[in-house]
Design a protein. Structure first.
Length: 254
């Protein structure tokens, strides 16, 4: 069994392995995620007999690094492999803050490795939200959007957000990115602005899901809870503005 840095030639196999570990069959979407990690950060893999059995990735921003796509093939789980690959990944990260969204399966491991619980990030089905909403659409992020996201997220991730190929809905109070029937990030200065963006995205762009930190607000619009993770941090606190965050990007990227 060896641990090594991943390359672009590993993307197909990594996507399949990670998909198995989380029960996802959407290999094409997984390949896009791994490509972004390799473009902007780093992935490592565990191999057994020249076959990849585990993956873990991170993207370093300026003040924090984001860990995602940590997975172990089901038949190799509960054998300490997840711990080994996480320790290897953590040893490679240089920023003073590290964050991730932990599943129930990974929560104990991350606690044992020194991560602290911050708050829940929850997937909601918003396909039944009704009302037209008012918003505009563009395909390019403007400077004010990136500045607002930096205030909310606590770091500059403009290189990541600029990679997203989705449509951008916006109004005077905020913006959201719609990609693969999910809206996120959704950053807004108040609930009214966020509500208009959500209603517009659902009724006009076929949005079905949001990963939110504001459960009561999304429930009040008619959203139904699907799944939850726990946002965790290792190292210094993040200078984020959680009040601006109505939807995160993806669990892989925060």
């Amino acid at each position: 069994m060896i641990i090594r840095e991943a390359t672009y030639s590993d993307i197909q196999e990594m996507s399949a392995v990670w998909g198995e570990s989380i029960g996802s069959s959407n290999v094409e979407a997984n390949k896009e995620i791994f490509s972004i990690f390799l473009d902007l950060g780093k992935c490592i893999v565990v191999e057994e007999g020249e076959r990849i059995i585990s993956t873990a990735c991170y993207i370093p921003y300026y003040n924090l690094s984001w860990i995602g796509n940590v997975g172990v093939k089901p038949e190799y789980q509960r054998k300490g492999i997840g711990r080994r690959i996480m320790i290897e990944l953590l040893n490679d990260i240089k920023t003073r803050s590290i964050r991730l969204d932990a599943t129930n399966a990974g929560y104990k491991l991350y606690r044992d490795l020194g991560f602290e619980e911050e708050y829940k990030t929850v997937v909601y089905d918003i396909s039944q939200v009704r009302g037209e909403g008012k918003a505009k659409i563009t395909e390019k992020l403007e400077d004010w959007m990136l500045k607002l996201d930096k205030m909310a997220f606590g770091d500059d991730r403009s290189k990541l957000l600029s990679r997203i190929k989705g449509k951008i809905v916006y109004n005077e109070g905020g913006f959201g990115i719609v990609y693969r029937n999910v809206i996120g990030p959704l950053i807004a200065v108040n609930e009214l602005s966020a509500e208009e963006l959500i209603r517009y995205a659902v009724s006009n762009l076929g949005v079905r899901l949001i990963i939110t930190v504001k459960e009561e607000f999304i429930k009040s619009l008619g959203g139904e809870k699907v799944y939850e993770c726990v946002r965790m941090r290792k190292g210094d606190k993040i200078n984020e503005d959680k009040e601006l965050i109505y939807g995160i990007f993806r669990y892989s990227f925060g």
